[in-house]
Structures are given as structure tokens and as C-alpha cells.
Design a protein around this ligand. Structure first.
Ligand code: SF4
Ligand code: SF4
Length: 127
């Protein structure tokens, strides 16, 4: 468990997971229910209890549709989708440390590779 990461996620999201009253309305409205191993109300609970590392590894941060149905239904302004988005941002920031440095690129290039392929790969393989 990592309480520091809970604060980081809450700060990025701009919402307070502690306000959740576990009513489950967010999960009841979620169209991606079957694709998310942690459903919206569970996601909120895991953020609150510091289980961020598990969430960073979950597929749900990419299968959430960002439809905001959970935001509409939440009576406590917890807004689960904002917490999901915040964990996704955190995952991308962590992976950012592994990105190539510009000076490393020339040695890896195939001289026959078109420049468009490089640009396309950068877009596709951001994660
Ligand atoms: S924003 Fe994501 S978590 Fe919220 S209801 Fe839509 S798919 Fe489900
Ligand atoms: S709708 Fe809001 S208060 Fe209810 S379980 Fe979901 S996040 Fe918590």
C-alpha cells in the first residue's frame, strides 16, 4: 500500500476518493463493466486504501471508455473516471522514464525506414 501515491492520484484527479459512500451507482452505470477487472466503485476504494500499484498494472485503466456515466451518477462528486484517468496518467509518467533519448535513435535506425514510419510508431507505441 502506498498512501503517497493515493495523494498524488487524488491531486491529479482533483477529487476526493474518501467521499465515496460505496453506493455502487457508478458501477451500475458502467458500460465497460465486463472489461474492467476492478469496477468503478472498487477502483475508488483501491485508490483510497493505497493499492495504486495494482491499479497501475490493471487493464482497466485502458479499457475504461471515458464515457463519464460514473461521473453523472455519483451523488458524492467522487467522479471515478477522473481517478481512472489520473492512474493512467501516472502509468504513462512512470513509463516515460524508459523512453528513448533522442541521441540514442540514430544508432537504431534502419536506413531504409521511411520517416513516416518513425512518426507513426511514436504515436502507436506511446504506452
Ligand atoms: S467513464 Fe469508464 S469507469 Fe466510468 S462509466 Fe464510463 S467506462 Fe465505466
Ligand atoms: S457512485 Fe460515487 S459514492 Fe457511489 S460508489 Fe461510486 S464513487 Fe462511491
Amino acid at each position: 500500500m502506498n498512501r503517497d501515491l493515493t495523494q498524488t492520484v487524488a491531486r491529479i484527479a482533483g477529487v476526493n476518493p474518501r467521499a465515496c459512500m460505496r453506493c455502487g451507482k457508478c458501477t451500475g452505470a458502467c458500460p465497460a463493466y465486463d472489461e474492467m477487472e476492478y469496477h468503478p466503485h472498487q477502483f475508488v476504494s483501491m485508490v483510497e486504501t493505497g493499492r495504486i500499484d495494482e491499479l497501475l498494472r490493471s487493464k482497466g485503466i485502458y479499457t475504461c471508455l471515458s464515457c463519464f456515466a460514473c461521473i453523472e451518477r455519483c451523488p458524492r462528486q467522487v467522479e471515478p473516471a477522473r481517478l481512472i484517468e489520473a492512474v493512467r496518467v501516472l502509468a504513462e509518467r512512470k513509463q516515460g522514464a524508459d523512453h528513448l533519448r533522442p541521441q540514442d535513435i540514430p544508432a537504431r535506425l534502419d536506413p531504409d525506414m521511411p520517416q513516416q514510419a518513425i512518426t507513426s510508431a511514436l504515436r502507436k507505441y506511446r504506452r
